[in-house]
Design a protein around this ligand. Structure first.
Ligand code: ADP
Ligand code: ZN
Length: 724
C-alpha cells in the first residue's frame, strides 16, 4: 500500500500492552505503508509501533498526534502482521504485546555503524619510517583495510596510521559493516543419505506444493533426521527463500550450529535469549533486510521479520518447552504452523516421539507422515528392561537396584559409558525433621524446598527462593534431626561415588554452571573423559555419545502421578528420548527402567518397543475423554493475595460463564500448587469440541464478567500444557 491509499491518517499498533491500534497523523513529507516501523507519542512517551492500516474510526482529527519518526528499514511483511493478530486473538493476549515479540531488537532499527577503514590516497610521505613502510606495504594494492585489521597486521600503533592520513598518503573511509553471517551454500557438503533417509527425503519433496504444507518427520532416535531435513533446508535455500530451524532448548543450539556449518560451509545466524543486544540487532536487521538466509534459534525466532519465509523446521517438535508461559501464552510449534500457513511456507516437524496432536494430524492426512524406521549405520535400538522395584529394589538408603548396578559395572569394564537418568535437580526434594515432623516449605509457594547439597542451600524450584541449609531444625531446634527424603541427581552422585569407586562420574543438570561450562562438559563426555554420567532431562535429548551403551532410569514413574492429561505421553517421550541415547554407534545398547508399576501401559510400551501401540492406545483414551487433539481445553488461573477473595472471585467468574451446551466447565478448585510467589492460585478449566471457537468463548466470558480488581488477576491459558 502506498502513502496515498492509506491517507493522511493511519492506525498504529504500539508495542506495549494495548488492545487495538490508535490513530495518528502522517506529517507532511513522511511516507509510510502498512508494516512501517515508527515512533509515536503515547501519553508522555515516544513509543515504538507499526503502521497497521487505515484509521479504525472517525474522530476529531484535530486532536490527533503526529507520527514522530519512521525508520529506514523495510516494512514488516503482511504475513507477520497477520500473525500478530492471529496469535493475539487465539491466545487472548494483547496484540501490542504480541507485536513486541516481533520487534525484539530496538537497536536493530538504527542503521548499523560503519567500519573505519584506510586506503592509499597520495604519494609516500617525506619521512618513511619502518613502521610507516609496514603499513604502506599492506596497502599496496588499492584495497581498503579496516582499521582494526590494519593495526593487527602491521603491528603499528594507531598514531602511525593517523600520521599517514595527516601526510595525505592515506585517507580514512567508512565501509558498510559486513552481514552477521555469510549466505549458506546449499551444495557445500551434502550427506550421502542411506536408502531409508533418501526415501524419507523423496517423500518430503513429493509433498512439496510450493506453498503451505506440513510434514511430520517421524523417525526413531539415531535414524538421522537432521541429515534428512538439512536437505530440505538446502532445497529452500536454492529456491532463494529464508529458513529457520527452531529448537526447544538453547543448550542444543551449538551442536546444531556446528552441524549446519559442516553441511552448508557457513554458520547460520543464531537467535535466543543468551545473546548481546548488538548480536541480536545484527541478526534481526539481517533477517529483515534479507541478508540473513538461515536462522537457528529458540521459539521466539518464529516472530523474526522474515522477508520471504520458505521453511520452518521444528526439531523435537513434541517438546513441552515450545510452549511459552510468560505474558503471551503461545505454543511455538502451533504458531509456527500458523505463520507458515500465512506465509505460504513449509513446516517440517521432526521427532522420535511426535506429540499425540501431530500424530493425529498425520493419521488424518493433514500432515504428510514421513517415517524413518531404522537407525543410521549398524546401530540398533537399545534393549529395554523394566526392573520391578517392589521385587528387586535396592537396599534401604540406596536408589540403584542391584541388577542395574551390575549392568553399570559391566559397561564400565568394557570401556563403555553409562548414563543414570533422574529428572530431578538437587540432592533431595524434601527435608524433614525427625523430631517434630517439620517439613521445609517455601515461604512464598506451597512447595517443598529442594536441598542442593553441593551449594549448601535449600531452594524453591518455583520461585527461586533460597536459604542456607539448616544445621538444627528451624521449628523445634533439635540438632541432628534433619533427614533428606527422596533422591535428586546429587544424591545419586553420592551413591555412585560409594558404589563405583573406580568410575569417572560427572553430574549434569541445567543449574550446573553457565551455558559455556555445560557445553564444555558435553564435549568432555563426547571425548570420553567421563564414563558415568548422572543427569536430568538436559542429557536426554539431542546428544550423541559414541561410547554410551547403557542407560538406567532411576525413577521411571516420576512423571506419571500428575493430574495432567498428557502425563502418559510425556513419560513415554522422555523415556524414549533418554533410553535412545544408548547404543547410537553400532554397538548394542541396553536400558533399564526402575519402576513400581511395570504393568503400566507406558512401561509395557517401552519394554516391547511398540510405539505404534502406544499412539493407538493414547489416541483412543483422548478421543473418549474429549481431550486434545479431539477436544479443546482452556485454563483460567485466578490468583490473588488473599485466599478467600481469590476463591470467591473465581466462583463468581464461574457463575458468569455464558451458557453453551458445547462447553463443559470444571472448578473452581485450588491449584495443585496452590500458592506461587505469595499469590493464591485457583483454577477453572473449560473443555469444548475441536470445532468450537473456545478462545472466542473465553473472551466473551471475561468481557462480560466483573473485571478482576485489586490484587486479583486472571491468566488465560489456551491449550494448556501444564496443570500445576
Ligand atoms: P536423530 O536426530 O534422528 O536422533 P541424528 O541426525 O543425530 O539422529 O543422527 C545420528 C548420528 O548418525 C549422527 O552422528 C549423524 O551424524 C549420523 N548420521 C546420520 N545420517 C548420516 C548420513 N547420511 N551420513 C553420515 N552420518 C550420518
Ligand atoms: Zn517459592
Amino acid at each position: 500500500m502506498s502513502l496515498s491509499s492509506l491517507g493522511p491518517i493511519v492506525s498504529v499498533m504500539v508495542a506495549v500492552a494495548v488492545d487495538k491500534p490508535y490513530s495518528y497523523r502522517v506529517p507532511e513529507g513522511m511516507e509510510v505503508t502498512r508494516g512501517s516501523i515508527v515512533v509515536v507519542p503515547l501519553g508522555p512517551r515516544p513509543t515504538l509501533g507499526v503502521v497497521w492500516g487505515a484509521p479504525e474510526d472517525n474522530f476529531a482529527h484535530n486532536r490527533l498526534k503526529d507520527i514522530a519518526h519512521v525508520f529506514e528499514v523495510p516494512p514488516l511483511s503482511e504475513e507477520l502482521l497477520q500473525l500478530v493478530d492471529w496469535v493475539a486473538r487465539y491466545t487472548l493476549a494483547q496484540p501490542g504485546m504480541v507485536l513486541r515479540g516481533a520487534l525484539r531488537s530496538r537497536e536493530g532499527l538504527d542503521p548499523p555503524r560503519p567500519i573505519l577503514a584506510y586506503r592509499r590516497a597520495g604519494p609516500d610521505p617525506e619521512r618513511l619510517t619502518d613502521a610507516r613502510k609496514r603499513v604502506l606495504d599492506l596497502l599496496e594494492d588499492d584495497m581498503p583495510w579496516a582499521k582494526a585489521a590494519l593495526v593487527g597486521a602491521s603491528g603499528v600503533s594507531p598514531s602511525v596510521i593517523e600520521g599517514l592520513v595527516k601526510a595525505g598518503t592515506l585517507e580514512q573511509i567508512e565501509l558498510p559493516p559486513p552481514p552477521p553471517v555469510m549466505p549458506p551454500e546449499p551444495d557445500f557438503a551434502p550427506a550421502a543419505l542411506s536408502a531409508d533417509q533418501q526415501r524419507a527425503l523423496d517423500d518430503i519433496r513429493a509433498h512439496d506444493t510450493g506453498g503451505f504444507s506440513v510434514a511430520l518427520l517421524d523417525g526413531i532416535t539415531g535414524s538421522g533426521k537432521t541429515e534428512v531435513f538439512f536437505e530440505s533446508v538446502a532445497d529452500c535455500l536454492r529456491a532463494g527463500r529464508q529458513v529457520a530451524i527452531i529448537l526447544p532448548e538453547i543448550a542444543l543450539t551449538h551442536t546444531f550450529l556446528d552441524r549446519f556449518e559442516k553441511r552448508f560451509g557457513q554458520r547460520a545466524a543464531e537467535w535466543h535469549s543468551d545473546m548481546t543486544p548488538m548480536q541480536r540487532a545484527r541478526v534481526w536487521r539481517g533477517v529483515l533486510t534479507g541478508a540473513v538466509r538461515a536462522v537457528i534459534g529458540a521459539r521466539s525466532a518464529l516472530f523474526l521479520p522474515f522477508r520471504d519465509l520458505g521453511l520452518f523446521v521444528l526439531d523435537e517438535e513434541h517438546d513441552g518447552a515450545f510452549k511459552q508461559a510468560d505474558r503471551v501464552n503461545y505454543h511455538g510449534r502451533d504458531m509456527a504452523v500458523v505463520r507458515a500457513s500465512l506465509a505460504g511456507a513449509r513446516v517440517i516437524l521432526s521427532s522420535a516421539t511426535p506429540s499425540v496432536e501431530s500424530r493425529n494430524n498425520a493419521n488424518q492426512g493433514r500432515y504428510a507422515h514421513v517415517k524413518l524406521e531404522s537407525r543410521f549405520a549398524e546401530a540398533t535400538l537399545p534393549d529395554i528392561t523394566a526392573i520391578d522395584m517392589r521385587e528387586e529394589g535396592p537396599e534401604k538408603g540406596q536408589w540403584i537396584a542391584p541388577r542395574l548396578a551390575r549392568a553399570v559395572f559391566d559397561a564400565l569394564d568394557r570401556g563403555e559409558q553409562a548414563l543414570l537418568f533422574l529428572n530431578r535437580r538437587g540432592y533431595a526434594p524434601l527435608t524433614l525433621c525427625r523430631a517434630c515432623g517439620h517439613q521445609y516449605q517455601c515461604p512464598d509457594c506451597s512447595t517443598w524446598l529442594v536441598e542442593h547439597r553441593f551449594r549448601g542451600v535449600l531452594m524453591c524450584h518455583h520461585c527461586g527462593h533460597e536459604e542456607r541449609a539448616p544445621e538444627v531444625c528451624g521449628s523445634c531446634g533439635a540438632a541432628d534431626s534433619l533427614v533428606a527424603v527422596g533422591p535428586g541427581i546429587e544424591r545419586i552422585a553420592e551413591e555412585v561415588a560409594e558404589r563405583f569407586p573406580g568410575a569417572r562420574p560427572v553430574v549434569l543438570s541445567s543449574d550446573m554452571g553457565s551455558m559455556t561450562q555445560i557445553r564444555e562438559r558435553f564435549a568432555e563426555i563426547a571425548r570420553g573423559d567421563y564414563n558415568l554420567i548422572i543427569g536430568t532431562q538436559l542429557v536426554a535429548k539431542g546428544h550423541h555419545f559414541e561410547k554410551l551403551s547403557l542407560v538406567g532410569v532411576i525413577d521411571a514413574d516420576l512423571g506419571l502421578a500428575h493430574g495432567d492429561p498428557r502425563a502418559a505421553e510425556k513419560t513415554f517421550q522422555i523415556l524414549t528420548q533418554v533410553t535412545g541415547r544408548a547404543g547410537r554407534a553400532s554397538r548394542s545398547g541396553k536400558a533399564f527402567l526402575q519402576t513400581y508399576h511395570p504393568e503400566h501401559p507406558v512401561m509395557q510400551t517401552m519394554v516391547k518397543g511398540d510405539r505404534e501401540a502406544f499412539y493407538a492406545h493414547e489416541l483412543k483414551v483422548r478421543e473418549q475423554g474429549g481431550l486434545p487433539p479431539f477436544g479443546r481445553l482452556a485454563a483460567l488461573i485466578v490468583s490473588g493475595a488473599d485466599h478467600d477473595e481469590t476463591f470467591g472471585y473465581a466462583r463468581a467468574l464461574m457463575a458468569a460463564a455464558p451458557l453453551s451446551e458445547k462447553v463443559r466447565r470444571f472448578g473452581p478448585a485450588d491449584a495443585p500448587v496452590a500458592m506461587v510467589r505469595g499469590r493464591y492460585r485457583v483454577r477453572i478449566l473449560a473443555q469444548s469440541p475441536k470445532e468450537f471457537d473456545l478462545s472466542g468463548y473465553v473472551r466473551f466470558w471475561l468481557e462480560n464478567a466483573d473485571p478482576a480488581r485489586g490484587s486479583l488477576r486472571v491468566q488465560v491459558d489456551i491449550d494448556p500444557m501444564s496443570f500445576y
